[in-house]
Design a protein around this ligand. Structure first.
Ligand code: NAD
Ligand code: WQD
Length: 336
């Protein structure tokens, strides 16, 4: 039985699908602070298999311990947490409490139950401002905001944990920019309020929920002047979790980038989205967003060699799948 924290969320619902499709048993723990249980109902109907769900907070060590003990959990994939960079500047202690203290409570519950296999959702944001590209796992770390620092501190904590007890099997996955949706269009990203991230905003402009995209800066040192990111299809990202779980048969601590190795600019994303949707995406050029870097993309070689995992889906497919989800669920899960 695999415990998936944050499994009702955007990435978690796709990881649930991947695990169920692979025949694994899954229990999701989520406090639903940024998600909707409908995602898991859809996952189950898509796979034709059921999973267990408990509405609980990862900071509740006793509740998590009981779940691990009573459900026979053998490994944990830990995605639960808060993830908005701007919000983390405004409420840093809430981020430390949920992400760092929450992970500490979870690890304590795992230790109590003698479960020592953990996959953790980290982020490319731990690298901060790139000093060289592509970003490999040896690149120095230097997150530039509280959210990124929570991921950094958790990574350090996990290294200390492994150093103290090398029976642990730990996979730290540094995601680049997850986008897209399951090809069915039934599960996808459902941001509360105005989206912060590029793809959800573009999709909402295309469907008419937002009037115009602001492109934050066209004076970067990039071919078209706009920022470049490594967008990765969420289904490819999800399959990486399965690969790492299969790899963690032996004790060890692995830190891996999950990205495609290819960067795309904001304008390239807009054009790809317009092409697949057949809808215009009006935009205007605005000032650079504070804290943004010009270019960020992964060297995914280590994940390829270690896990035999590779991303397969193109930017066009990411946009097409994101668009299908947006079209089928113009208001997300809440108001269908
Ligand atoms: P999400 O908000 O959709 O999913 C996170 C889930 O965690 C939500 O369902 C939320 O309700 C739940 N949650 C939050 N606090 C909780 C708590 N205290 N107890 C129990 N559940 C709680 O976000 P996502 O995009 O699916 O991200 C999943 C993980 O991946 C996060 O840890 C995030 O930091 C990391 N990550 C995301 C991205 C991205 O761009 N989406 C990139 C890199 C890393
Ligand atoms: C991508 C590009 C923007 C919105 C963030 C987090 C990171 C990780 C992934 C969790 C940039 C531009 C965006 C808009 C725009 N999350 N943009 N107009 O900033 O690379 O990464 O999400 O770990 O930690 O920082 O992603 O999608 O916000 O931006 O021009 O309305 O799109 O300037 O160049 P980012 P993003």
């Amino acid at each position: 039985m695999i415990l998936l924290t944050g499994g009702a969320g955007y990435i978690g619902s796709h990881v649930s699908m991947a695990l169920l499709d692979a025949g694994m048993d899954v229990i999701v723990v989520d406090n639903l602070s940024n998600s909707n249980k409908a995602s898991l109902e859809r996952v189950q109907s898509l796979c034709g298999r059921s999973l267990l769900f408990r509405q609980a907070d990862i900071r509740n060590q006793e509740a998590i311990y009981e779940i691990i003990r009573d459900c026979g959990v053998t490994a944990v994939i830990h995605l639960a947490g808060l993830k908005a960079v701007g919000d983390s500047n405004a409420r840093p202690m809430t981020y430390y409490e949920t992400n760092v203290a929450g992970t500490m409570r979870l690890i304590s519950a795992m230790k109590q139950a003698k479960v020592k296999t953990l996959v953790f959702s980290s982020s490319a944001t731990v690298y901060g401002v790139p000093t060289y590209l592509p970003l490999d796992e040896k690149h120095p770390l230097g997150p530039t905001n509280p959210y990124g620092r929570t991921k950094f501190f958790i990574e350090e904590m996990l290294k200390d944990l492994y150093a103290s007890d090398n029976e642990w099997r730990i996979g730290i996955l540094r995601y680049f920019n997850p986008v897209g949706a399951h090809e069915s269009g039934l599960i996808g990203e459902d941001p509360l309020g105005v989206p912060n991230n590029l793809l959800p905003f573009v999709a909402q402009v295309a469907i008419g929920r937002q009037q115009k995209l602001k492109v934050w800066g066209n004076n970067y040192d990039t071919p078209d002047g706009t920022g470049i990111r490594d967008f990765i299809h969420v289904v490819d990202l999800a399959s990486g979790h399965l690969s790492v779980l299969n790899h963690l048969k032996h004790p060890g601590l692995l830190t891996l980038n999950l990205g495609t190795g290819t960067g795309s600019s904001v304008l390239e994303v807009i054009r790809a989205f317009e092409a697949v949707s057949g809808r215009p995406v009006p935009y205007e050029i605005a000032e650079r967003r504070a804290g943004d870097v010009a270019i960020c993309y992964a060297d995914p070689t280590l994940a390829g060699e270690t896990l035999d995992w590779h991303s397969a889906r193109s930017l066009v497919q990411m946009c097409a799948d994101h668009w299908r989800w947006q079209l089928k669920n113009p208001n997300g899960y809440r108001r269908i």
